[in-house]
Ligand binder design. Sequence first.
Ligand code: KG4
Ligand code: ZN
Length: 390
Amino acid sequence: MIICGIETSCDDTSISFVKDGKIILSNITFSQYQSHNLFSGVVPEIASREHLNNIDKTYKIALNEAKIEEKDIDLISVSAFPGLIGSLVVGVNFAKGLAFRLKKPLIGVNHLLAHIYAVNFSKKIDFPILALLISGGHTAILKMDNFLEFEIIGKTYDDSVGEAFDKIAKHFELGYPGGPIIDKLSIYGNPTSYVFPITSHEEKHKLNFSFSGLKTAVIYFREKYISANINNNLNFEFKNYSKDNKPNLDLNKPKELLKTFNKDYFVHQEYLKKKNILKINENLFDILSSFQYTIAKIISFKLNQALSLYSSKYKSIVVAGGASANSQIRKELYNLSKLNNINIIFPELSLCTDNGAMIAGLALEYYKNNILSDLYLSPNARFQPLKRGC
Ligand code: KG4
Ligand code: ZN
């Protein structure tokens, strides 16, 4: 069975063709990060317009790459909730048009569960599982018996994990999306240079998350750090380029990135070191690395609490969503799984962030359970309970 998966819930226009829920024939994604980079975050209105511009060509390229014809498509699936409403509207209406024209069934899929499905492309999920979802819009721990029966047992009070990365990157004017940038730059820092607060909550909320305190701590720390330098009349600027003169960040070349990124910063730093004002390890990379390490520790701490309550029932932990690509988070969680003697699975790096393949994959599960949508399918910004004919 060949399923077309359409994903437009945030800032990626992605369309994929997947055979039998396992074989990805094509998975084409137009990322909009360059348009949003200017604003250091997603601008919903721009996102919807970009989806509108890109969706038709994404579909044609995906079809071509899959080496199939439209008559080979058995089902149309689309991310229907949760997400940015204006962005979802574009994908859902495109999907409806396609289903109507090709006379094929339509399925509206829960975008967050689809992230968890993405793991299935590398290793078959063996239910029941504890799932940790860490994306740009959501952070949650779920108990899952299968894709239709699950319970959310922990969620965030404020920022999601991805959002915390994006906001810190914005504060440091590093660009968008912040997660992959901080992940790359953290390599050059010492993760234990600075101690930032690890959130804990009272017993009945102990599986919930909060990242705004950590974010504030990092921001205040940095401000104090700069003002200490300004007080010494050094006219020190943390970075030497202005907003409209951003360096061209090529994230695939960390060495080059490092050169362009902080040439001026290093010059300043050497000067400050000579004047004996800056301690050897006080630098941007250490701050970022310590921030990332603290996020990983918080996640691992919360998941450990969930394991202490439920580990006897669950055979594996599944971690999914954009921030599941993070190297430090992966490292911490692998350690946690070893300590608890429980299996842990992550999606392939290319399937951590939003993609059409995970939508098509989950749609097959819905189809097998006769959960179909119709042309009244309506997107929703919020998490919706699963219902037939949504
Ligand atoms: O799951 P996703 O593609 O979109 C939502 O459904 O929200 O996640 C996007 C988020 C962004 O916040 C981005 O900064 C974060 O995932 N992200 C990462 C990494 N790669 C992407 N966060 C930390 N480390 C990464 N390597
Ligand atoms: Zn997502």
